[in-house]
Design a protein around this ligand. Structure first.
Ligand code: HEC
Length: 134
């Protein structure tokens, strides 16, 4: 008895659910697509260096990333986020990325090519004062 009922109940419930979902949708106008909160620039406007930073580094170096937290502990809170720094040297960035630093693993040329690393370093030093840029 319960077996037969069980077999019947599931499709009936599924139909009921489908009908409810359909009728709920039918009465409403198509929901207007709310614009997503724009916190990041769209990919198209990013430089290659910024795009690479977001794919290869931001997992640790985003606002609340582990790297950001560790650097803030060592150098102070206004130094935590690499993307906001204006005191990084391209040679220093390259040395850290290739050699690693404490919990930051070294990146091989397979992980990030020399050309890509140069683009990341260029982007991370974009706000440097002119004298410190090179
Ligand atoms: C797996 C996590 C992780 C990834 C991925 C990562 N880092 Fe790091 N990075 C760290 C950590 C952790 C530190 C801080 C080490 C410390 O100070 O204790 C750090 C430190 C640094 C520093 C030193 C900053 C300073 O002022 O001394 C630079 C520069 C840096 N990372 C660049 C990069 C770049 C560029 C990438 C991407 C190519 C990258 N990192 C990817 C974890 C990471």
């Amino acid at each position: 008895m319960t077996g037969a009922f069980g077999k019947m109940a599931l499709p009936a419930a599924a139909l009921l659910f489908a009908a409810t979902a359909l009728s709920a949708g039918a009465g409403q106008a198509a929901p207007t697509q709310a614009a997503p909160a724009q916190t990041l620039p769209p990919a198209a406007t990013m430089t290659p260096g910024e795009r690479l930073f977001r794919t290869k580094c931001a997992i640790c170096h985003a606002a609340r990333g582990m790297g950001t937290i560790m650097i803030a502990k060592r150098l102070g809170p206004d130094h935590g986020e690499l993307a906001k720094r204006s005191d990084l040297d391209p040679g220093y960035i390259t040395a850290i990325v290739r050699g690693g630093l404490m919990s930051m693993p070294p990146f091989t040329r397979v992980d990030i090519t020399d050309a890509e690393l140069k683009q990341v370093a260029t982007w991370l030093t974009r706000n440097n004062p002119p004298a410190a840029a090179q």
